[in-house]
Ligand binder design. Structure first.
Ligand code: ATP
Length: 216
């Protein structure tokens, strides 16, 4: 049996309770070995975040402090240049040759997967755990065919083989986004209860996200 390491990448600008609940739910529901939160260095699909790498890392560390199973992994911040998930998975595969890897993707990200660098080879390196946050229309034929080919309904397969399957996980999620939090802070409103108090302390002390024009 190969215990599954959950791989949860994102900008985390900032990390919030939506991210944390998702990681905790998956850790428990799929009996994961751990969930590695991996902040993106230079995300190819997004504009550069306005908090520094160091600040985003510090906020994640504060957020997961004391939460069982959640770990921060800064390998994308250590690398120069663009962060491709394919490269990150290769590096994780080298570090954990015997574990299953489970790349955690929201359904929205999964539907756009065919635009990613070396996307067809990702399934050779990891399972893909798709989190079904809302009802999505699986209209993209490429992704539909990909899903038909690799989808499993048997969770035990995810620990029998270390990569190669797609698992769809229905999970209750919180309707929170980092964009919403940055907007709330920039307009002088109160973001309490959307993110952990320890993260809010860092934001307040370091005066992050106060300027709306940099928040997009
Ligand atoms: P932004 O608003 O800046 O786009 P975000 O809140 O969507 O940010 P990201 O860092 O881009 O956060 O998200 C990282 C991952 O977390 C993505 O896979 C995304 O689908 C997922 N995610 C974001 N918000 C939630 C949420 N409220 N519940 C569950 N998953 C979430």
């Amino acid at each position: 049996m190969h215990k599954i390491i959950g791989i949860f990448g994102g900008t985390f600008n900032p990390i919030h309770n939506g991210h944390l609940r998702l990681a905790i739910e998956l850790y428990e529901k799929l009996s994961l070995a751990q969930v590695r939160l991996i902040p993106a260095g230079c995300p190819p699909h997004k504009t550069q975040p306005n908090a520094t790498n160091q600040q985003r890392l510090q906020m994640i560390q504060a957020a997961i402090n004391g939460i069982e199973g959640l770990i921060v992994d800064d390998r994308e911040l250590q690398r120069q240049g663009l962060s491709y998930t394919f490269d990150t998975l290769n590096s994780l595969r080298a570090d954990y040759p015997k574990n299953s890897l489970g790349l955690i993707l929201g359904m929205d990200a999964f539907l756009g997967l065919s635009n990613w660098y070396n996307w067809e080879y990702i399934i050779d390196l990891a399972h893909i755990i798709v989190v079904d946050r809302e009802q999505y229309n699986l209209s993209t034929t490429t992704i539909n065919a990909f899903l038909r080919k690799y989808k499993t309904n048997d969770p035990q397969v995810l620990t029998k083989q270390i990569a190669g399957k797609i698992w769809i996980q229905d999970i209750p999620t919180l309707n929170i986004s980092a964009t919403q939090i940055r907007d709330i802070i920039a307009t002088g409103k109160n973001p309490n209860c959307l993110l952990p108090p320890a993260v809010l302390d860092i934001i307040n002390v370091q005066q992050l996200y106060r300027c709306r024009e940099y928040n997009r």
